[in-house]
Design a protein. Structure first.
Length: 386
C-alpha cells in the first residue's frame, strides 16, 4: 500500500481550517459501554472481535460497586462496565437503554480547560475536573453530557505512566485469541430524535468548536420505504468525526426510528473501526461468529467498475473476494473505501459496528447508502419493525 492512501495516516492532517482550537483533541481515548454482564461481554469482544486483555478494576482491586474490563486492539480501547449491586446508578442506564455506549472519552492536553471551555459555552457538566492518582502518576478527567445520556469524558494523561487509569490494574489472562487487524476508531455515529439533528450540529459547533463538513438529506438517503438525514461533524485536526443522524418521514419506519424506540432515546448507533486489510479482517470476524448484514444483489458487484471510475486501476482487492464476504465499495474524488456493517451486537436492534478500510477516500460511503439501507430493511422486516 502506498503512503498516500494508507488508511492509518488518514485523519492526522489538518483539513478543517475553519474549526476552532479552544478544544484541542489528541484523539479518542476510550469508549465505555454500560453492560449487564461485563465478564461475558469481555469474552465476546475478545473471542469475536480480537480485542486483548489490558486492564481491570473490580472487587479484587477494591472497587465495591462496579467492575470494568478494559480491552485493547492497536489504538482502540474499550471499557466494559457492570454494576455490582442494585443501588448503582449504572443500573438505570442499563434498564432503560440495554447494553450501549455511555462514554466517548477524548484524549486532551488539558482536561481542566476542556471542561471550562465547553461548560462556559453551554455544555451540561457530567464530571468536574477530578485528579486521580496512584504510584504511576496522575490523570485528570472531566466530562460533559452530549445527546441523550451519552457523555464525553476529557482525559489528560501526560503525567501518567500506568497501564490505563488510577484504580485499574494491568490484566492478563491465559485466554488470548489473536487480534483481527482493527487499528483505530474512524468515526462514531449518534442517532438523535425527530428534528434534533440541527440542534446537535449547532451544539458541536458552538460547544466543541467542531465543523460540519458533510451533509446528507433525505433526498440522498432514502429507499422505497425509509429515509434519514445525516450531518458529519469533525474537530479541527480531523481526528474525531461524529456523524449525527435523525429519522425522516417515509412510507415505512426508518432504521433510526427503530433505534430510538429500542434504545429509548438518543445514543450511539455505530462505531466504525479501521483496518488496513478488510478482506483478512472480515474473514476472521466471520470465522469467529460476528454476524454481518446480508449482501447486496449481484448487480451491485457488477456495477463496481462504474462506481470506482478512475480509481478502478488502483484497486488491489478482488471483486469476487469482496462479494464472497459482502464487503461494500464506494469512491470519491480522492480515492475509494471498503466497508461492511455488523448486525446489532445486542438483542435490542441498537448498537452495531462498521469495519472500514480507506484507500484515499474521505467520505462515508454515500454511494452505498441505498444498498446498505435495503439490507437493514430486510432485517427490520424480520423483526416486525419496518
Ligand atoms: Fe459509518
Amino acid at each position: 500500500m502506498s503512503k498516500e492512501v494508507s488508511s492509518v495516516e488518514y485523519g492526522l492532517e489538518k483539513i478543517f481550517e475553519g474549526a476552532q482550537d479552544f478544544l484541542p483533541l489528541l484523539g479518542t481515548d476510550y469508549v465505555e459501554f454500560y453492560v449487564g454482564n461485563a465478564k461475558q461481554s469481555a469474552h465476546f469482544y475478545k473471542t469475536a472481535f480480537g480485542f486483548q486483555d489490558f486492564a481491570y478494576r473490580g472487587l479484587e482491586t477494591g472497587s465495591r460497586d462496579q467492575v470494568s474490563y478494559v480491552l485493547k486492539q492497536d489504538k482502540i480501547k474499550i471499557v466494559l462496565t457492570t454494576p455490582l449491586n442494585s443501588k448503582s446508578p449504572i443500573n438505570e442506564h442499563i434498564v432503560k437503554h440495554g447494553d450501549g455506549v455511555k462514554v466517548i472519552a477524548l484524549w486532551v492536553e488539558n482536561a481542566r480547560s476542556a471542561w471550562e471551555e465547553t461548560t462556559k459555552r453551554g455544555a451540561k457538566s457530567f464530571m468536574e475536573p477530578t485528579v486521580e492518582k496512584d504510584e504511576f502518576g496522575e490523570v485528570i478527567r472531566s466530562g460533559i453530557y452530549t445527546y441523550g445520556e451519552t457523555v464525553h469524558v476529557f482525559v489528560e494523561r501526560k503525567n501518567y505512566q500506568g497501564t490505563f487509569l488510577p484504580g485499574f490494574v494491568a490484566n492478563k489472562t491465559d485466554y488470548n485469541p489473536s487480534p483481527v487487524g482493527l487499528k483505530y476508531i474512524d468515526h462514531m455515529v449518534g442517532n438523535v430524535g425527530w428534528g434534533e439533528m440541527n440542534t446537535w450540529v449547532k451544539w458541536y459547533e458552538e460547544v466543541m468548536g467542531f465543523e460540519n463538513f458533510l451533509s446528507f438529506d433525505d433526498t440522498q438517503i432514502h429507499t422505497e420505504y425509509s429515509a434519514l438525514m445525516s450531518k458529519v461533524m469533525s474537530n479541527g485536526n480531523g481526528r474525531i468525526k461524529f456523524p449525527i443522524n435523525e429519522p425522516a418521514k417515509a412510507a415505512k419506519k426508518s432504521q433510526i426510528e427503530e433505534y430510538l424506540d429500542f434504545y429509548e432515546g438518543s445514543g450511539v448507533q455505530h462505531i466504525a473501526v479501521a483496518t488496513d486489510n478488510i478482506v483478512e479482517t472480515v474473514s476472521q470476524l466471520k470465522a469467529r461468529g460476528v454476524e454481518f448484514l446480508p449482501p447486496p444483489p449481484q448487480a451491485y458487484y457488477d456495477d463496481i467498475p462504474n462506481r470506482l471510475g478512475k480509481h478502478m486501476s488502483m484497486m488491489k482487492e478482488n471483486i469476487a473476494d469482496l462479494q464472497k464476504l459482502s464487503i461494500l465499495v464506494d469512491a470519491d474524488e480522492e480515492g475509494y473505501l471498503l466497508q461492511i456493517f455488523t448486525k446489532p451486537v445486542e438483542d435490542r436492534p441498537t448498537l452495531f459496528f462498521e469495519i472500514i478500510q480507506r484507500m484515499g477516500a474521505k467520505g462515508f460511503g454515500a454511494g452505498n447508502f441505498k444498498a446498505l439501507f435495503e439490507s437493514i430493511e430486510r432485517e427490520q422486516e424480520k423483526r416486525g419493525t419496518l
